[in-house]
Design a protein around this ligand. Structure first.
Ligand code: NAP
Length: 320
């Protein structure tokens, strides 16, 4: 398959870029991800998005992604529901880039990388893959919280940012009680989110604390917490990490792309241009500052306009 612009990802940055490039009559392919990379990105694991303009009543994350996808298809975007395994310079064809997925190859004149970021986990003993991970320990309260297993139980969330507050609040719909465990004495979350959890009678915030062990036989039964040097145990059936994200850059790591020391893709100031000509980065894979759906959409728009300009100024082969 050949195209003018290949967009890798399927969050707000990717779909916005696709709306713009398709509308500009550039043949556009969106590789959405399927197994390794979740189609729709992080918004699929959130509930109500209250701060995306145009939705006064709020909008469900997956509904917003579905609407964006439909909007891009209206202008002719081709959707390939596959995980891109590797992106390379095109050394075999006549275009600039070559992307590999399990069922084939996509050749593209320009690429917009919008792969986003994934939820971080902590190396807590007992909470790892072959231990209690997915047996009460999770990094996505919104995905897993409604499971019957967690209903009317005491649960715990680690973190002090907007995600932790949002997830703790979300879990109160199902849980008997939610402990919000934060390593400092101040929440990093926005004021409105912090106030919401502080005023929620079902949430108890444990400040200056860290979880040091997850305990349980077949599933999580309790956690050991260290607070100001004192260790104690809380019986909880769920433990949710909400401690930030890591940018998903592995598709391009071998291309010697320039990155910030924290691993996010480096783009030129006020631009989505990366250190590789014809490769643009949009959304959370390059943004460690704002990380909002609306800012991701904004950089998706920038990437599309910059890709369009790049293609009009450089003549690379011909695409379908
Ligand atoms: P974040 O703001 O980076 O917060 C991560 C939290 O995890 C911080 O409180 C941090 O503690 C804690 N943490 C990090 N590493 C840790 C470790 N090793 N052990 C214990 N705690 C650790 O991440 P986020 O909450 O995922 O939010 C990311 C961005 O998305 C933010 O810009 C946020 O505003 C936005 N967001 C917005 C909404 C919304 O508006 N509806 C919802 C979710 C997220 P410290 O505070 O001590 O650093």
């Amino acid at each position: 398959m050949e195209c003018d612009v290949l967009i890798i990802g399927s969050g707000p940055a990717a779909w916005t870029a696709a709306i713009y490039t398709s509308r500009a009559r550039l043949s556009t392919v969106v590789a959405t991800g399927s197994i390794k990379f979740m189609k729709g990105g992080q918004l699929m694991t959130t509930t109500d998005v209250e701060n995306f303009p145009g939705f006064p009543e709020g909008v469900l994350g997956h509904d917003l992604m579905f609407k964006m996808e439909e909007q891009s298809k209206r202008f002719g975007t081709t959707v390939v529901q596959e995980d891109i395994e590797k992106l390379d310079h095109d050394s075999v064809g006549h275009l600039r880039f070559l992307a590999h997925h399990s069922k084939g190859k996509i050749f593209a004149k320009a690429v917009i990388l919008a792969t986003g970021a994934s939820a971080n986990r902590l190396p807590i003993p007992g909470a790892q893959d072959n231990e209690l991970w997915n047996k009460g320990v999770s990094a996505c309260a919104v995905c897993d919280g409604p499971l019957p297993f967690f209903r009317n139980q005491d649960l715990a969330v680690i973190g002090g940012g907007d995600s932790a507050c949002e997830e703790a609040h979300f879990l109160t719909h199902y849980a008997k009680k939610v402990y919000l465990i934060h390593r400092r004495d101040t929440l990093r979350a926005s004021k409105i989110m912090a106030e919401r959890v502080k005023n929620d009678p079902k949430i108890e915030i444990i400040y200056h604390a860290e979880v040091i062990e997850a305990l349980g036989k077949d599933s999580l039964e309790a956690i050991k917490i260290r607070q100001n040097g004192v260790v104690f145990t809380k019986e909880v059936r769920g433990l949710f990490f909400a401690i930030g994200h890591t940018p998903l850059t592995e598709l391009v790591d071998h291309m010697n792309i320039q990155k910030h020391p924290n691993g996010y893709i480096k783009t030129e100031p006020d631009s989505t241009k990366t250190s590789i000509e014809g490769l643009f980065a949009a959304g959370d894979v390059q943004d460690f500052r704002y990380r909002q759906a609306v800012t991701a959409a904004g950089t998706g728009c920038m990437a599309a306009l910059e890709a369009e300009k790049f293609l009009s100024e450089t003549k690379v082969g011909s695409a379908c």
